[in-house]
Design a binder for this molecule. Sequence first.
Ligand code: BYC
Length: 472
Amino acid sequence: MAIDYSQLIPNNVDLSSDRRLQRALENWQPRFLDWWKDMGPDGTSAFEVYLRTAISTDANGWANFGHVKMPDYRWGIFLAERDPNRVIAYGDNKGKPAWQDVPGELRTTLRRLIVTQGDTEPASVEQQRLLGRTAPSLYDLRNLFQINVEEGRHLWAMVYLLHAHFGRDGREEAEAMLERHSGDPDKPRILGAFNEETPDWLSFFMFTFFTDRDGKFQLASLAESGFDPLSRSCRFMLTEEAHHMFVGETGVSRILQRTCELMKEHKTDDVRALGAIDLPTMQKYLNFHFSVSLDLFGQEASTNAANYYTMGVKGRFLETRIDDDHLLTGAAYEIETVEEGRVVKKSVPALQALNERLRQDYIEDCARGVLRWNKMIEKAGVAFEMKLPHRGFDRRIGGFAGSRISPDGKVLTEAEWKANEGKWLPTAEDRTYVTSLMGPAVVQPGKFAHWIAPPARGINGQPAEFEYVRFN
Ligand code: BYC
């Protein structure tokens, strides 16, 4: 389905046929641009960046690459193609045609989910606002900006749904999306991970590996929604999400590669003396970002999640490929929880455990990425293994919140935790060290900061020394 770029707001939803909606969104557009100017990537208004822009929403050939002046990026509204025969795949409404409008009784629930999803998108742009100043290369700078513009478009996707389907409430929510800010003590973003700082590039790569991956799983569950416009929005967003996780996985991998090269070359573990990031510090950052991202899945046993499913609002990951009754009324699911000082397994109704089930799918996906990192470390001839900590480690949300759990899943006393915390999570000193490596942006084409290896290949078949960003 081609995208109409002749409009003020590029779209493939025939926006010009609904004048009221078009005007409302055209009113919101300058506010979005003001927000981008104030809270988006710092000092970039003159930059020309080699960006990918969507030209259609088909599986094949939707992307166009070229240098774009950052504020001229054409944010718009793109939904995946409609399947006229689509039916709801699960819950009480299983088998009924997907809804093209919001059913009255689901209005509040759907609005809340769309607002929670939408809120994360500008939040991540705010978190990454200053990173351009310390980019390790033009290639990395370009990837950062690609992610930023796409998160901006994901906000557009949710704002379109709010405007098109939720009337005045929706318009107010769209305004509020630009008023909350990451880390703002008075008006913070909704979910915890989106109020953390992303102060350095190691944090950025860990964030895009772990937190963007939560995005993949949440979007995939919302792509199963009976509310078809939400499903279609999320399906197209997922195609963009893949690159964000690629940036995270390869970014971490390139840091690991550089560290391993230096360890071998200088026959030492002490790569800090050589200006690189040591493996134990990498592990601590992994622990932090993994546990913060696990919190994003909500409570292990959640009546909200059960209701979303039963009503047909939010499904499971790849719902239609699962071989069961898609009702789950009599089914059970095992979750882990803390009882009498131990982590124990407990059976709960499967309907209530849907957040945990999604978290499990997510953990398995993370583990596959970690395995690839470990293969790289092994190939480099270094004896070290990166590990995902236990799901209960350092949690703020769910049954483990309030307990102290070690990375290998033991319940600890407060004193035991305090004695080891600095071995498991980045200390102030670790963070200062990592920040100290973030020198001024490396802007010569083909050059890379000392602590990171070049990528295996460039973007869209371009070489590593390509001028991915022009500063003018
Ligand atoms: N922080 O029943 P529960 C992305 C609240 S990332 C604070 O488990 P539910 C991206 C919860 O609101 C994907 N509060 O909740 C990545 C509830 O409050 P009430 C973002 C939390 O609703 C990188 C209470 O605790 N998308 O796209 O089942 C860059 C009970 O909990 C948190 C979504 O999240 C928390 N972490 O599950 C850019 C999808 N967790 O009712 C973008 C939409 C729970 O007691 N959201 N609470 O007042 C959802 O599906 C659900 O809202 C959640 C929570 C999975 C987040």
